[in-house]
Design a protein around this ligand. Structure first.
Ligand SMILES: CC(C)(COP(=O)(O)OP(=O)(O)OC[C@H]1O[C@@H](n2cnc3c(N)ncnc32)[C@H](O)[C@@H]1OP(=O)(O)O)[C@@H](O)C(=O)NCCC(=O)NCCS
Length: 145
């Protein structure tokens, strides 16, 4: 049985999630997690999916406040061995619920073109033109909550 949890910035679980984000998202793109980013993440909401049987971290994501209304969904990752089992959907749905609970009305994100379908299934819609960053094509996506 898996559960969704909020995790504390700087905790050992946070470090574990940073490592998973690196392995799944950054390393394949040849990018590094720079310590420069760490302090910025203190004000973000960090969410993880944990398998309760063995306490294993299955995935996680970040919610970064933009202003009083809007929060940005970022760095959504699921461990390779647990992808395509519904973890991603469950995590994003939990994140939308948490964002609403703490008072935000709109979630925004930049999705790699390859995962636009995943976010559309979760009710996000594309806004504006596609754009390129570091040779990767992204779509701006939004959802009112
Ligand atoms: C994208 C990701 C977060 C999805 O999480 P997940 O737990 O595998 O997704 P779920 O099982 O909840 O949903 C999968 C469904 O979403 C849809 N989907 C569309 N594009 C998809 C994609 N590129 N990868 C996974 N699912 C996708 C499909 O309907 C898929 O159904 P299927 O499993 O029958 O093919 C995960 O695969 C991942 O970490 N990928 C690598 C990192 C990444 O690309 N992150 C997004 C950054 S913008």
């Amino acid at each position: 049985m898996r559960k969704m949890v909020d995790i504390d910035f700087g905790s050992s679980r946070y470090d574990e999630l940073v490592n998973l984000r690196y392995k799944i998202l950054l390393e394949p793109l040849g990018l590094k997690f720079l310590d420069y980013y760490r302090p910025k993440e203190a004000s973000y909401l960090h969410i993880a999916c944990i398998e309760q049987l063995d306490d294993k971290l299955l995935g996680g994501l970040i919610l970064a406040p933009v202003d009083n209304e809007e929060i940005r969904l970022m760095q959504v990752v699921v461990d390779e061995d647990f992808q395509h089992k519904g973890v991603g959907h469950e995590m994003v749905q939990y994140a939308l619920k948490r964002a609403k609970e703490v008072g935000y009305t709109r979630v925004v994100m930049h999705a790699m073109l390859s995962v636009v379908g995943f976010y559309e299934e979760l009710g996000f819609v594309q806004e504006g033109e596609l754009f390129d960053e570091g040779g990767i094509t992204f779509a701006r996506m939004v959802k009112s909550i």
